[in-house]
Design a protein around this ligand. Sequence first.
Ligand code: ZN
Length: 686
Amino acid sequence: MENRWSDRDAEVMVADYAAGGVGSDLALRVYSSRLLGADARLVLHGGGNTSVKTTVTDILGDQVEVLCVKGSGWDLGDIAPAGLPAVRLAPIRRLLALDAMSDQEMVNAQRGALLDSTAPNPSVETLLHAFLPHKFVDHTHADAVLALVDHADGAELCTELYGARMALVPYIMPGFALARKAHEVFRANPDSEGLILLKHGIFTYGETAQQAYDRMIEMVSLAEERVARANCGAKIFESAAIPDLIAPVAKVAPILRGLTAIAATEADAEPVRFILDFRTSPAIRDYVAGAEVARYARQGPVTPDHAIRTKPLPLIVEAPESGDLDGFRQRAAASVKKYAADYRDYFGRNNAGRTVPKRPLDARPRVILVPGLGLFGIGDSGRAAGIAADLAETTVGVIAAAEGLGRFESVSEADIFDIEYWSLEQAKLGKAAEKPLARHVAAITGGASGIGLATASAFRAAGAEVAILDRDGRAAQAAAEETGALAVACDVTEADAVVAAFDTVAQAFGGVDIVVSNAGAAWQGRIGEVSEAVLRESFELNFFAHQRVAQAAVAIMRAQGTGGALLFNTSKQAVNPGPDFGPYGLPKAATLFLMRQYALDHGADGIRANAVNADRVRSAMLDDEMIAARAEARGLSAEDYMTGNLLGREVRAADVAQAFVTLALARKTTGAVLTVDGGNIAAALR
Ligand code: ZN
């Protein structure tokens, strides 16, 4: 592992922060914390924590000795001084005299010692940092160290490797008891350079930021070399027999997404959906197809704090054989059911006899291993699914390395339960109310500009994961970056491209729930003279593309079995034709009926179909030049033309976008057209 310390970079950071009144101790603490956070082999997703002991001047002008320690919600990779709240050291050090402390008492004592009452909660490992005398303390869950400590004989492996340089702390869940134990171990080993926490991770300490960091890199490098020696050239996992032909991810993902959705308990309610994030690599495929996967993969997490994101155990389904997806679905359904029953049993066993009983969390997996394919991370958002997938990938690497050294062994079930249901860990997940379209996946065609882009933004704001499909791949990328969506280059007039685009969406999110079929363009021509070629071209985009998009989406929605919403952008042309706009209005009218046909044929699948009928919206189809020309033809100013409706107000792309969101949420509405035109009686439906 490379040591990335640079005196120059450190000096620059000290100088930069000095200008803002931040002392050099804290500046260097920020510098080396970021070095640790930049390496995924050391720290992932808020894992790890760091501290420095320093003095600050309080409001009375007194010099106060404080511990600046990572605050909850911050990530080491991009931490700033505000992410290292200062806690008065004297009062929290006195806590060492206590025999025991509840978690609430500990959190309260830590918050009570903050210099800034608005600062984030100091790390749950604050007391461990405080009780150690060293100025700088670094803590990570480095992969290579986990490979050593996640063993029945982890202590022997570490002693053999580190000798007296590192002191060993037995497994205790984080909190006051661990902090006391770590202090006791340090006192017995005062010359140690750090602590190895069995089944958990590593601490190093030093008098300078560089010393603590150097020690971390050296100790982790030694662990890496040890792992490499053991794994030299060996094949770690014996493969189980799997079918030669495996079904593609895009077909498997919607089935698993549907099966893991939690059916509504009331007849009227929506199922609770999850987002899936797929990962694969040769190492992942070796791991998931191992003959003993059920032994090594279903023991527990590689470090305790993964448990809240990944659940204690992954679900393992059978390899999905190509051509037998129905069989796969049936057997996977039984596996999901068994997983849920086992999880409830685990909860019951471990909750029994508690003075303060816990409330069970949902009984769905957060990681699914699929032999022949790879793994899925699962979460209530794309971000959460991505974190679960990242942690699962890390787990694959750690367990492979641990198995190379002997046999992987996690903590006991009771310890796992304590961590999974630890209130301080659950607090990390946050309890904010969900947005109305959270856990939903929306695909929007023509999503890179105009109404499509506004719709992508509106669905993101409503909490949905969004895929922007656009024939202009570069514009789609820019729009995706702006809105936090996924970009998919796709010309909806090409059948293969549409199927491939929906495969991409299914692979990225696990499936699709809402489609806004919006891509369109206006062709003109007097109907008595217009060429058939123009009509056909317009039908290709303004009708057949809608059919293709809807068909691809319905295939995924039916595989999920949790319903869905098809939303079509028709136009007032579909209802109230304008002169010379026949080539545009005719296919749009057909699309209006296409919507009704979907409502009719797929209502029983829980799939709703609705349309938005918008008019006079500024866009590529109605640019400033066209507005000026039309206004002039009517003897109006451009503004009067745009506001020439019953309400006298211009219709904007955002208004149309809101109508799509409204229809996506209208759970008892199908076969309807929502008009967004400021009022135009000639285009009103009856
Ligand atoms: Zn830790």
